[in-house]
Design a protein around this ligand. Sequence first.
Ligand code: ADP
Ligand code: MG
Length: 329
Amino acid sequence: MTPAVSFQNVSRHFGSVRAVDGVNLDIEEGEFFAMLGPSGSGKTTCLRLIAGFEQPTGGHIKIFGETADGVPPYRRNVNTVFQDYALFPHLNVIDNVAYGLMIKGVDRATRTRRAEETLELVRLPGYGARRPGQLSGGQRQRVALARALVNEPKVLLLDEPLGALDLKLRENMQEELKSLQQTLGITFVFVTHDQGEALSMADRVAVFNEGRIIQVGEPEDIYRRPRARFVADFVGSSNVLPPDLAQAFGGPRRWASLRPEDIRIGKTGGHAATVTGASFLGAATRVACDVNGARVNVLLPSGSAVPSLGAPIRISFDAAALHPMDDAA
Ligand code: ADP
Ligand code: MG
């Protein structure tokens, strides 16, 4: 199948800043694809390159098999939900949503009807007459979504669309966006710096750092089998063990990832450790341990007995939990 979006050795440099640096990537049609990475890692620039607001300084982008070189944004069949929503404050909700159709020359009656239908799709019926200033943050987010969807894009680009919402609302919207994507079958490219969001929503995730993709894979794969220290650390705050400790723990003498929730605390067996700290996280408690001078975090489910500070303990884990990584990156 022809990928919906294909990056072929794409770079976007701004002077000496390598915002995007040699990215190769195929995003499949109908996929919910997440671009995950810290601030400044090149995620927004990648979206802008797909949308056509930015041109590569190297390489090529293809959209459904056709080169995007020189194709202006409005001819790409791609729409963007911007991070700050970018609604027109002086237009009411209907006119905001219908804006793209107006630009295309669709008559008023048709575009009003389609705007109303799209507002129903994002569960905001009856809000057409309001101005953006009269809406909550979550409602504005839905209007921004409707304004993009009304154009029936084949690819929807979402740049940290839930970043401004509080936690409860964000979790609700995550589920809604996911089911909307499944209903519509549109390819979603979703940018976030929130690893939980990427893992819970996406079919596949690309982890970015400094303009490059460090790893692409299904959420479970990224989480369980990080290929590089950066991924292990950024996705789920794994313990990144230096080669000598990995060897002492029974693995090969290579950098390794060991998930805090995969470690057990006991009195016998395993490896000697000393408790150096404990943080109550609600659903779990994170216990910091010292093992031969290295810090190892252990995540205990809520309700477990938490050993006291300075206590000598033993930590153990299944051999399969120790995951060796490439040394690079
Ligand atoms: P992210 O969305 O992952 O936070 P961006 O794609 O916005 O990252 O930015 C990646 C890097 O490129 C950053 O260092 C940023 O400062 C730089 N950058 C982005 N746009 C421009 C621009 N128009 N001019 C100069 N530098 C830019
Ligand atoms: Mg950004």
